[in-house]
Design a protein around this ligand. Structure first.
Ligand code: SF4
Length: 329
């Protein structure tokens, strides 16, 4: 088992496929890892403060089925595990910023009014919260990790490992949701507890040029497909969230072709479930996307329904299971 202190130094590559760092190190499985530090986010005027999180770390979540009183997303049994405010991946389409801007200022202060991707806070009492959370209270229950940030941010991966060790040894079931390759560093632990884990990777597009703009700080889509392949080879249940599906853009004028190619690539991996969702307006996100793309977004009439149709058509074609999440559905 790798020591968590070493995990702080092993990180990933940038969304453009180029190393973000000048130093590469080898991971436990001989894969090239990049060593990046906060300096590598120096193009991003980041404000880092801290806050005190609530104990226990596991909180109720609406990201569950309607039967359980949720919004119809099968991502947990009504529980989530968040341990940061903000996400250094800073995907411009992200919905989380709108939540922090609506509800977060009273708790986290004016920091959350900064541009998405330019604020990030880790709780000052996180170690104590991990220690004091009575993990066995959620034994056998599925908890989403995480709903308001990626758990495999370079700045969080060591804490994520600690949480995994506590939660899994107590029998908590986890739905791990990420766009990062750093989860590969924990495959040993996840494989030991594969009956308790499903690993879900989000991928918006196979178009590397579009991905570089809309997911600027996460690994390219094909590397995320590799994460799924490796996790599945270790016996883990893997799933995918194909989101957000974009309307046509200059970089991706034939979005349906891209969506079909992505689901075709996923079919070779055969994930247990594939969820899909198109791009929706939340807070300031469409403006951030337009800034990133350098063009106005134009949503064709009936875009969400058309995307849903293509999605299910492809799932049927390949015999895959999954569900489209319609707008406010
Ligand atoms: S990785 Fe997820 S939580 Fe983080 S900015 Fe991107 S979409 Fe939002």
């Amino acid at each position: 088992m790798q020591k968590t202190s070493k995990r702080l130094q092993r990180h990933t590559t940038g969304g453009d496929g180029a190393e973000l760092t000048s130093t590469s190190v080898s991971g436990s499985r001989g894969e090239s890892r990049s060593r990046i530090t906060r300096d590598h986010f120096s193009d991003m005027p980041m404000e880092e403060r801290t806050y005190r999180c609530t104990i226990p770390l596991i909180r109720p979540s609406k990201l569950t089925t309607r039967r359980r009183g949720g919004v119809g997303k099968e991502l947990s049994e009504g529980w989530c595990l968040n341990f940061a405010v903000g996400c250094t991946h800073g995907c411009p389409f992200c919905y989380v910023d709108s939540i922090h801007k609506r509800f977060g200022a009273s708790r986290y202060g004016e920091t959350v009014r900064r541009r998405w991707g330019e604020y990030f806070m880790v709780p000052e009492n996180l170690d104590a919260a991990i220690e004091k959370t009575p993990w066995s209270r959620w034994k056998g229950k599925e908890v989403l990790m995480s709903s308001t940030h990626d758990p495999y941010l370079p700045q969080l991966a060591d804490k994520t490992r600690l949480i995994l060790e506590r939660a899994l040894s107590a029998g908590v079931r986890l739905c791990i949701q990420t766009r990062s390759c750093l989860v590969l560093d924990d495959l040993d632990l996840l494989a030991e507890h594969k009956d308790l884990v499903r690993l879900q990777v989000s991928i918006a597009t196979l178009n590397a040029s579009l991905a570089r703009k809309i997911e600027p700080r996460v690994p390219p889509p094909r590397r995320r497909l590799d994460v799924l392949r490796k996790a599945k080879a270790e016996g883990l249940e893997v799933g995918v969230i194909v989101a957000p599906v974009f309307p046509p853009t200059r970089l991706n004028s034939n979005g349906w072709k891209d969506l079909k190619a992505l689901i075709g690539s996923l079919a070779e991996i055969n994930p247990a479930r594939i969820y899909g969702e198109s791009l929706h307006a939340r807070g300031q996100n469409l403006g951030l996307v337009e800034d990133a793309l350098g063009e106005r977004l134009i949503f064709p009439e009936g875009f969400d329904s058309a995307a849903e149709h293509v999605f299910y058509d492809q799932l049927t074609k390949y015999g895959l299971k999954g569900r489209w999440w319609p707008e406010r559905g």
